[in-house]
Design a protein around this ligand. Structure first.
Ligand code: HEM
Length: 478
């Protein structure tokens, strides 16, 4: 049975309602309304495309797993134009699988993790230190600079300096066109972005060319970055088209891999700062956990999961069906698009109690439960599960760790250091060690905007200042 639903007006379908909800503080309301009318899987028409939207975790899982290669990625035209037809994000089949496997294996390798941990710690440290000198810190911009630096190091080992600055400028010009009217004509947004992509590829190609000989010579030592990984794969001769144009191939893939990491990472970190600023008790508990247990990365997991659940940086994935397919009794006809809506599952009150409440400690109850993989998919799943998943979590954890060990927060009028004591006295934490708070941050009022991508409206301004009151809090005396 084709799912129930309305295709709306001719041509525009239900696009206006979809976009209006995207701009509101409740982007999921478009789905919620239709879910209550037609059920968890329904049809609609957005941007001239008939589409089936799934708000059902199990249906989403089947779409993501994509057994039998029934689904291919479906992006708006401006994105496909800018990515090119062979991009890792749009191709399907053996080439995508191979790239996904080699890049994923590299990102997970202990050698890389050890090295990148040091790089991330250094970048985060420099960034946080620099905040003290700024009258107002726009967290979103500052974090973006920092994560771009780490990303470029990971992909092609370029460090701070002129090359990095130029690369950043060109990349920003390039991605401005990802969501735009798809007309390629001098002066249009798409045209400017395609030109920026050409310049970007040229810079990357220069780096790859310089590395070609060295990489082949060091063939038996572990790869240092994605350029190493791809150059070695090319010289292994996995595919003849790669071998005929290795420079173009490797440079193109590096630029494509910058896209999924560039905005998602800083958004996740910025929203973690926002949620912690707005929830002083959660922050206080994190502070106490970090100071008392000093296990750098295990205590941030709940805060990271909860940030990703509420933030919905990638709110779902779009696929197109190559043949008729039936999932849980719903027919998805050949040629139709499917939107597997992650946000609808993450904000479903049947799955998450009080879904709009930032409650990191809910993950103590959820983790390990049978449904936790199916109902929590910020990094997608199945065949295209984000290969940057572990690295992203590592980077966010290092950032949170350094943030709360260097700064405390007083953004909320109700927040006092006694909140930390309260957490302890209410039995939320049980260790009894001292901790020191030397600086504070105060977040100004700001709003999350969800369309076309998730961002802070005012780039999250905060003020950083030294703590004036007693900075040493002896927990034992309390
Ligand atoms: C919080 C940060 C991140 C989030 C929420 C995120 C989310 C996602 C999601 C949902 C997908 C699946 C897209 C689909 O199924 O069509 C994906 C794919 C991908 N991500 Fe991430 N990502 C993040 C960070 C990164 C980073 C740092 C990198 C590293 C460079 C990265 C590289 C990729 C790549 C290459 C793919 C495509 C995989 C494929 O199609 O085979 N991501 N990401």
């Amino acid at each position: 049975m084709i799912p129930k639903g309305s295709l709306g007006w001719p041509v525009i379908g239900e696009t206006l309602a979809f976009i209006a909800c995207g701009y509101s503080s409740r982007p999921v309301s478009f789905m919620d309304k239709r879910k209550s009318l037609y059920g968890k899987v329904f049809k609609t028409n957005i941007i001239g495309t008939p589409i089936i939207i799934s708000t059902d975790a199990e249906v989403n899982k089947v779409v993501l797993q994509n057994h039998g290669n029934t689904f291919v990625p479906a992006y708006p035209k401006s994105i496909t134009e800018l990515l090119g037809e062979n991009s890792i994000l749009s191709i399907n089949g053996p080439h995508q699988k191979r790239l996904h496997t080699i890049i994923g294996a590299f990102f997970r390798s202990p050698h890389l993790k050890e090295r990148i941990t040091r790089d991330i710690e250094a970048s985060v440290g420099l960034t946080l230190d620099s905040w003290v000198q700024l009258p107002v810190v726009h967290v979103q911009d500052e974090i973006k600079k920092m994560t771009f630096e780490v990303l470029v190091k990971l992909l092609m080992s370029i460090s701070r300096g002129e090359d990095l600055d130029i690369l950043k400028l060109e990349f920003e010009e390039f991605i401005k066109g990802l969501i735009c009217i798809p007309i390629d004509f001098p002066g249009t947004r798409l045209y400017k972005s395609l030109k920026a992509k050409e310049r970007l590829i040229k810079i990357v190609k220069k780096v790859v060319k310089e590395r070609q000989v060295a990489t082949t010579e060091r063939k038996n030592s572990p790869a240092n970055d994605a350029v190493d990984v791809l150059l070695r794969d090319v010289s292994d001769g996995a595919s003849s088209d790669k071998q005929s144009q290795p420079l173009d191939f490797v440079s193109g893939k590096i630029v494509e891999m910058m896209i999924p990491g560039e905005e998602t990472m800083p958004t996740a970190m910025t929203l973690a700062v926002k949620f912690l600023s707005d929830n002083p008790v959660a922050l206080a508990k994190l502070v106490v956990l970090i100071f008392n247990f000093l296990l750098p990365f295990s205590k941030h997991k709940q805060v990271i999961n909860e940030t990703l659940r509420i933030a919905n940086i990638i709110n779902g994935v779009w696929r197109k069906a190559l043949k008729d397919v039936e999932i849980k009794g719903y027919l998805i006809p050949k040629g139709w698009c499917v939107l597997a809506s992650f946000i609808s599952v993450h904000m479903d009150e049947d799955i998450y109690e009080n879904p709009y409440q930032f409650d990191p400690w809910r993950w103590d109850r959820i983790n390990g439960s049978a449904n936790s993989n199916v109902c929590f998919t910020p990094f997608g799943g199945g065949q295209r599960l984000c290969p940057g998943l572990e690295l992203s979590k590592l980077e966010i954890a290092i950032f949170l760790h350094q943030l709360v060990t260097r700064y405390s927060v007083m953004s909320h009028p109700m927040f006092k250091y006694s909140d930390v004591y309260n957490c302890i006295s209410r039995g939320l934490v049980d260790d009894k060690k001292n901790y020191v708070l030397t600086k504070t941050w105060t977040a100004e009022e700001d709003k999350i905007v969800s369309f076309p991508t998730v961002k802070m409206k005012r780039r999250l301004p905060i003020r950083v200042a030294p703590v004036e009151r007693t900075s040493h809090i002896p927990v034992e005396d309390h």
